[in-house]
Design a protein around this ligand. Structure first.
Ligand SMILES: [Mg+2]
Length: 432
């Protein structure tokens, strides 16, 4: 393989941003000068693991993040810097609960079964004022702001800079729009292998925030930044392949989806409550799912564990032949754990021939009472974490180390939330 120091001198690269993603989806980096990068490729960049959201202690030895050269991305807005996704190792062994390692283990398991998952994500975001408190565009006030041409073009400088960046990186972006909440946008690029999509998703979040900051704005992927407006979803489109053949496609199958596709859906439905701890990982996430109607007329997020055809009121939609759309995840989901948990639940569906039951063709926002037996998604983070901790599917797939680490750190977060006092709480109890 060509040495990165050589690529650096050919392309005018001064620095490498060696990055790993922790359990909370936060990217941790070392900025490594090009002159030192070749050594880092062998040994990794050193980190104190306890300083990130991983289940490690200050007494643990150094953790090294070993860069994956295939993930290399030259920052379009700062071309002298290259981003490299890295895999944490400790004492020569992969840190099993590190999200990118966890996803790679699931991908290897799928490969043993002769399968490859491909996916695409719709990572919605808001552009806010720099302090994050309000919309950045005071004129963005329509009741139904989705696809608003005028508001989209007022943010042209930022949106086009991000899209130009994706074009230059070869991601094949194909559309950008103003989404259903005031101040909200979505940008779509091609689907691909799940690891590639996870790396691009992680980089996309970094890029959107960076380019927004450069333009005097603040981007947020927070699930529900404003209670009356539609939240940030991260709808995920999924198909499973064997070489060049899409194994989800079957002309004879119901809605063009194969038996394998329905087994995969069966797996997602079976594990949905526990998946929510990963796909909807924050306290705020539960204000997006299970939410009341927004000012635009719909939340666009699911509240029940159900699937359907081309209908956006369910957790899983079959929009087209040969793929499914998993609509549960929100903007806070960890890009690597998102792919890993979908793959784990889907493979479980295939291995155990999980029956998804009949699809439900109701408008779940207005007609859910006609399907009273459909199970509901967790109402809050605690319910999701309890389901997560008792999931034998996730335990078998991910192992004890990850399950314990994730549950422990997320329970600490839940406890911190319950110990905080809200204005609502005071107002409702002060005169009791
Ligand atoms: Mg959308």
């Amino acid at each position: 393989m060509t040495k990165l120091s050589k690529i650096a001198s050919e392309k005018g690269i001064s620095y490498f941003l060696v990055s790993f993603t922790d359990l909370f989806g936060i990217q941790r980096s070392k900025l490594v000068p090009a002159a030192a990068i070749d050594g880092m490729m062998d040994d990794g960049a050193g980190f104190a693991g306890f300083a990130a959201w991983l289940d490690l202690s200050p007494a643990d030895p150094d953790m090294f993040a070993v860069p994956d050269p295939d993930s290399m991305i030259q920052l379009p807005w700062k071309p002298e810097v290259v981003w490299l996704a890295a895999d944490p190792v400790m004492e020569g062994k992969p840190v099993e609960h590190a999200p990118r390692n966890l996803l790679k283990a699931q991908i290897a398991k799928a490969a043993e079964m002769g399968l490859q998952m491909k996916s695409g994500v719709e990572a919605e975001f808001f552009l806010l004022s720099p302090d994050g408190e309000s919309l950045s565009d005071a004129a963005d006030t329509q009741e139904k702001p989705c696809y608003d041409q005028q508001a989209l073009m007022r943010r042209y400088d930022t949106i086009s800079e991000i899209c130009d960046a994706m074009l230059s990186l070869g991601w094949n972006p194909y559309q950008n729009d103003h989404e259903d909440a005031n101040g909200q946008f979505e940008m779509n690029w091609d689907y691909g292998d799940s690891l590639e999509t996870a790396d691009r998703h992680a980089f996309f979040k970094f890029m959107v925030k960076s380019i927004a900051e450069k333009n005097g704005l603040r981007a947020t992927f927070m699930p529900k930044p404003f209670t009356n407006l539609t939240g940030n979803g991260c709808h995920t489109h999924v198909s499973v392949w064997k070489g060049k053949q899409n194994l989800f496609a079957d002309d004879a199958g119901e809605l063009g989806l194969s038996a394998l596709g329905y087994q995969f859906i069966g797996g997602l439905l079976h594990s949905a409550q526990s998946l929510a701890a990963i796909t909807n990982p924050t306290v705020n996430s539960y204000k997006r799912i299970n939410a009341p109607r927004t000012t635009s007329g719909a939340t666009w997020s699911p509240s029940s564990i159900s699937y359907t055809g081309n209908n956006r009121t369910h957790m899983i939609r079959i929009p087209d032949d040969g793929r499914l759309e998993f609509r549960l995840a929100d903007g806070a989901t960890n890009p690597y754990l998102l792919q890993a948990c979908i793959l784990a639940a889907g493979l479980d569906g295939i291995e155990n021939d999980r029956e998804p039951g009949k699809r439900i063709d109701l408008n779940m926002y207005t007609e859910a009472h006609k399907a009273p037996d459909v199970p509901k998604l967790p109402l809050n983070m605690l319910d999701a974490l309890r389901a997560f901790s008792s999931s034998s599917v996730l335990k078998d797939a991910f192992g004890e180390e990850f399950m314990t680490a994730y549950a422990k750190l997320k329970m600490d977060e839940w406890n911190a939330f319950t110990q905080s006092m809200t204005k609502w709480e005071r107002a409702n109890a002060i005169d009791c």
